[in-house]
Design a binder for this molecule. Structure first.
Ligand code: NAD
Length: 454
């Protein structure tokens, strides 16, 4: 059986991969387990020295793989190429940080010498989504491998070709059995979770994450879940309206809204709401929608018809419930949903509560900082949030009251080098990135002895 990968803009066939039979998963896991001791024995620096060689290969192949990514997932070509380049550029520094994370440390007190180790867990299942189909593979696979685990990667069934390409590049440099791929959809994901693996590193929807947590519970499998979000943008009354609107447009429509930290809800102060709404609508009307590989396009299609129908259903419902359409509307052709700006939203509507993952900017108004914070926090999700305000100190104070893992002030959510990528509440269970995030892919152990001189 094959998975046929379609271009979501045209429904042309991009290619296909063989589905991994569910009953072959146990054998692949056994192969990974057999390869693990020798991989562990290389130590963090030895592992980094092998993996780092993949960096130049990603850079050499960035145009070719970026085109494949854009065709398979739909995002603009430049963003596809950029995503592949991000797997190569900076790889050496990233690996150096992981070498530091996984190297043993010495702790000493008056009586005891302790070696604090960060040892491999064993075999890791890495399960990834389609929206950043190569960088998500890197995010899960690199710390898992660098910790000394061997890995089975199941890329999304929507983007198997780019997932396979990621594995092929790394496998030019890795020993056999250290990194293998499992192709398929939920059934293969479930089989992998149920197999004899020690760690499940998952990025995807909250529903699948909850299932994985349950499935791993009987054996207390280690689980790292990076899940969905419903990120708020709060625009205070002293904000630079043009800058806030520019950010809102960029962050609502990037990758056609199919980004975990997309702006999904906007709360703007009553005093500046009209000007802000007009600027966001104008920005949305200026976007060029089309096939990602076409010149000048900045918004592509939804990844598939299911995602399109989900977005359209939320849009239709919001309009039926009284939302005003400032740009776009519930129109579509093929898998394309027209970039849409809605205003007059009320916080209780489904489109303000459930993850949309589409090209829609939803604007509601507030009257006080307390109200904005209350609305922003009234969600089971807590991935990212952004606050715009003219007085950075006051905007920062509002930002600190928002219960999200990553909050940006007058900018997006990403932190400085070394910051973790972390979801609070039901947006995550564990996290990755930064020294503390890398270490979640390892088992902490201490080996202590009495100080001879004590
Ligand atoms: P999804 O949960 O449908 O699928 C993700 C992966 O899990 C796929 O490979 C899929 O085949 C597999 N899968 C699905 N059900 C499974 C199960 N029960 N057991 C094991 N594997 C299973 O998500 P998606 O539609 O591919 O991706 C979109 C979601 O991912 C959005 O919710 C988005 O917010 C989230 N996401 C989160 C982050 C983050 O950093 N927090 C990053 C990117 C995407």
């Amino acid at each position: 059986m094959q998975i046929t990968s379609l271009d979501p803009a045209t429904l042309d066939v991009v290619g296909s991969v063989p589905v991994t039979p569910v009953d072959a998963v146990a054998e692949l896991v056994a192969r990974a387990r057999a390869a693990q001791p020798a991989w562990e024995a290389l130590g963090p620096r030895g592992r980094a020295d092998l993996i780092v060689q993949a960096g130049p290969r990603f850079l050499e192949r960035a145009d070719e793989l970026g085109l494949l990514l854009s065709r398979e997932q739909g995002k603009p070509l430049a963003e596809g190429v950029g995503e592949v380049r991000s797997c190569g550029g900076g790889l050496a520094e990233e690996l150096d940080e992981m070498v530091r994370a996984f190297s043993p440390e010495q702790l000493v007190d008056a009586r005891t010498n302790t070696e604090l180790r960060h040892d491999p867990l064993g075999v890791c299942a890495a399960i990834t989504p389609w929206n950043f189909p190569i960088s998500m593979c890197a995010w899960m696979v690199l710390p898992a491998l660098m910790a000394g685990n061997t890995v089975l990667l199941k890329p999304s069934e929507e983007t198997p070709l780019i997932g396979q390409a990621y594995v092929d590049v790394l496998n030019e440099f890795l020993p056999a059995g250290v990194l293998q791929v499992v192709h398929g959809a939920d059934d293969q994901g479930k089989a992998l979770v149920a197999a004899d693996v020690d760690l499940i590193a998952f990025t995807g929807s909250r529903a699948a994450g909850a299932h994985i947590l349950q499935a791993g519970a009987p054996n207390l499998k280690r689980v790292i879940l990076e899940l969905g979000g419903k990120d708020p943008l709060v625009v205070l009354e002293d904000a630079d309206v043009a800058a806030a609107a520019k950010f809102a447009v960029r962050n609502s429509f990037r990758n056609a809204g199919q980004v975990c930290v997309s702006t999904e809800r906007i709360y703007v102060h009553e005093d500046i709401a009209e000007a802000f709404e007009a600027a966001v609508a104008e920005g949305a009307r200026g976007l060029v929608q089309g096939r990602g590989t076409d010149e000048g396009v900045n918004v592509g299609p939804m990844v598939n018809a299911r995602q399109r129908d989900h977005v359209l259903a939320q849009l239709d419902q919001a309009v039926a419930d009284g939302a005003r359409v400032l740009a776009g509307g519930a129109g579509h052709h093929g898998n394309f949903v027209v970039p849409t700006v809605l205003a007059g939203l009320n916080h209780g509507m489904a489109i303000m509560q459930e993850e949309t993952f589409g090209p829609v900017a939803c604007i509601a108004r507030f009257e006080s900082d307390d109200e904005a914070v209350r609305l922003a926090n009234d969600s089971p999700y807590g991935l990212g949030a952004v606050v715009f305000g003219g007085d950075e100190e006051r905007a920062g104070a509002v930002a600190r009251r928002i219960r999200a893992g990553m909050v940006g002030v007058n900018r997006g959510v990403g932190g400085a080098q070394g910051s973790p990528w972390v979801g609070a509440k039901q947006s995550g269970f564990g996290y990755h990135g930064g020294i503390s995030g890398h270490r979640q892919f390892a088992q902490a152990r201490i080996v202590s002895s009495r100080r001879q001189d004590a």
